[in-house]
Ligand binder design. Structure first.
Ligand code: NDP
Length: 616
């Protein structure tokens, strides 16, 4: 299985036989297609509802005990940063390093941390290595406890950054920006909030998060349910007992149902299985679950790292993702294994030039090998063959977020845990007073938990951020992007001067979100410092530059084809990858994350602000 490919005497790729591979690629392809087809729902993303539509208080902050009382502020700053997650914090840190100290961070939550503030469900853990995921480790001198950090440590690190960079006195928490409106005469944004603040800012950086707005599956009857309900990103520990590390002691007499088995579901299900009287896991599509292989940090290894190591390690990880050769795989985990296998197999063919078709086939076989290994794990871990069969995924690795967990699969060996496969019915069908219905069977529950993810559509960006951005000539960003996001370099939009967006906004993709946010903050901080030094009042992409960028990032490519063949999910716009380019893995810089940031560095170094109109 390890070396299935070879080259014949004429240098042509020889496709191995079914016996050599240990599986039949054609049969697998048919199986994947069939599994995708039965999951596609005609409503696509419209099957989901905003959490507030179905649960009146479902989006409230469960983590604040007291509302901060303060007077409204009226002030003018150089930069306003909307969002106090890692993106906003990195922006603040990098601005200070670039010499800009006149900024404010405005955050809806009660503290820094963003996604790690909200997502405190039991078992919450970052599945990207802590040494590359936790930002500013060298600057703050912090050594993560383990290779993969759990949520409490990550939230604590966010607070550490807040203290280290003295961000607390310059931040407004529990404050929701309602509107930012461009004042063209003053060349400033006017920001208003739910605290009646009026904050004027030359520049605004929006870092509102890519996965911030919880969504529900739009189930009829939810409002009739008499039991307890919440979304995983608003975990109710008053009800369950315990904390993010587990110990949900109040569930011992409760029948609990959880809908969703994505990256979130698979982390909290082991804790629910341990604690609940009975747990029903309502699964529509299984995740692929590889080993976690967590380990404590070796202090000697840690001390041996040379300055600049974190960037080097991050670059190494990102290079592997895009197939740039590296001497050593520094992170060496489940992610890099997925990236590396194609390169290794290509090498094993004798480094011949493969045409596009051969490369596609090679990629598919490598993916099938990976998937077969994951499916074999399910059989080895789950005792009941019928349950094991239902837990096997039938789609390629980048169709859904790859997951890593050592406790998830064995949870299904517990007598008090039942897997309910909803895939024949398009998911859970409806909710009653007593519980949920699947295939005409009612499952009675005391508590229903939605691990159903977040709204992902760039067309509804401002709605997700719960904020209206009104640019030059009174144009709303929501209207400008009604047919889909349009940006220049993924960071700015025509008609919206001095407004910058951080995140997956037509930028360069990497699974390590903080790599992206760090590079974006470094770029923006250097650019704003330069603009300030040159006396520039406003920067705005030209219409042409925006149109050219849009054409570049939305041109169909190999990834469009790949995603179109995937089972539906938010990576492929719920099965509509070809129709609207709105999937999470779509609309990015075609050459990948590494090349994107190199391009930005070169663009900045040239000093001529190509593509931007400048007002002095
Ligand atoms: P996802 O969107 O990935 O998963 C939602 C789940 O709900 C899916 O299993 C989906 O099934 C299921 N679902 C939706 N509607 C229904 C229905 N009607 N009936 C039954 N099931 C339904 O959300 P997550 O919160 O799991 O993850 C979101 C993202 O958050 C991740 O992809 C990742 O980027 C991030 N994350 C990162 C972590 C990290 O370690 N860094 C940890 C956790 C999350 P289906 O697949 O069939 O649509």
């Amino acid at each position: 299985m390890n070396k299935p490919l070879s080259v014949d005497a004429n240098g042509k790729l020889r496709i191995p036989s079914v016996e050599e591979l240990g599986f039949d690629p054609q049969a697998l392809r048919r199986k994947y297609d069939a599994e995708r087809d039965r999951r596609v729902r005609p409503e696509g993303a419209a099957q989901y509802h905003d959490i507030e539509d179905d649960l009146a208080h479902g989006n409230d902050d469960p983590h604040v005990s007291e509302r901060i009382v303060r007077e409204p502020v009226h002030e003018t700053v150089e930069v306003a940063i909307l969002g106090g997650g890692f993106g906003g914090m990195l922006m603040a840190a990098r601005l200070q390093e670039a010499g800009i100290r006149d900024f404010r961070v405005i955050e809806r939550a009660g503290d820094f941390g963003g996604t790690w503030y909200w997502n405190r469900y039991p078992g919450a853990q970052c599945d990207v290595e802590s040494y590359i995921y936790l930002p500013l480790l060298e600057e703050t001198g912090y050594m993560p406890k383990e290779k993969y950090s759990f949520q409490p440590e990550i939230l604590e690190h966010a607070r550490r950054i807040g203290q280290h960079y003295d961000l607390y006195p310059r931040s407004y928490f529990q404050t929701q920006v309602r509107e930012q409106r461009w004042d063209d005469d003053a060349a400033e944004w006017v920001i208003t909030t739910d605290r009646d603040d009026v904050i004027r800012a030359r520049h605004v950086v929006v870092s509102s998060g890519s996965l911030n707005r919880p969504k529900l599956p739009g189930l009829p009857g939810l409002n009739t349910f008499k039991g307890h309900v919440f979304h995983t990103s608003r975990w109710d520990y008053d009800y369950t007992g315990g904390n993010p590390l587990g110990g949900l002691d109040k569930l011992s007499d409760k029948r609990v149902g959880i809908i969703g088995t994505g990256a979130t579901g698979i982390q909290c299900i082991p804790h629910l299985g341990k604690a609940a009287q009975h747990l029903y896991v309502f699964q529509r599509t299984p995740s692929s679950i590889d080993l976690r292989r967590n380990s404590p940090t070796d202090p000697d290894w840690w001390r041996s790292q040379k300055p600049g190591w974190q960037k080097e390690r991050n670059d190494n990880f990102t290079k592997l993702l895009v197939g740039v050769p590296v001497e050593e795989d520094l992170v060496n985990d489940g992610w890099t294994e997925i990236f590396k296998s194609l390169g290794q197999l290509q090498d094993s063919t004798g480094a011949i030039d493969l045409n596009d078709e051969e490369l596609k086939l090679l990629g598919e076989i490598v993916d099938f090998q990976h998937d077969e290994r994951i499916r074999a794990r399910v059989e080895a871990e789950v005792k009941d063959p019928d349950t094991a069969e239902k837990l096997k995924h039938w789609y390629r690795p980048w169709c859904k977020r790859p997951c890593f967990n050592d406790e998830y699969l064995p949870t299904f060996n517990r007598d008090n845990v039942t897997l309910v496969d909803t895939s024949d019915f398009g998911g859970v069908e409806r909710v009653t007073e007593k519980g949920v219905v699947v295939g005409g069977v009612e499952y009675e529950l005391d508590c229903l938990i939605f691990a159903t993810g977040f709204e992902v559509s760039r067309a509804t960006y401002t709605r997700q951020a719960d904020l209206e951005i009104i640019g030059r000539d009174g144009v709303k960003l929501g209207d400008h992007w009604a047919q889909g996001m349009r940006t220049y370099q993924g960071l700015m939009a025509h008609g919206f001067p001095n407004c910058y967006h951080m995140g997956f906004t037509q930028t360069g993709y990497t699974p390590n979100f903080t790599y992206m946010l760090n590079n974006q903050s470094l770029h923006l901080a250097a650019m704003l410092a330069d603009a300030q030094a040159r006396g520039i009042l406003a920067l705005e992409p030209t219409q042409q530059a925006e149109a050219d960028w849009l054409a570049l990032v939305t041109a169909p490519n190999a990834m469009t084809e790949y995603l179109a063949n995937c089972t539906p999910g938010y990576y492929n716009a719920e099965g509509n990858a070809k129709a609207n380019n709105d999937g999470f893995l779509q609309g990015h810089y075609p050459e990948g994350g590494l090349a994107f940031y190199e391009m930005l560095d070169a663009w900045r170094a040239s000093g001529d602000y190509e593509g931007l109109a400048i007002r002095r």
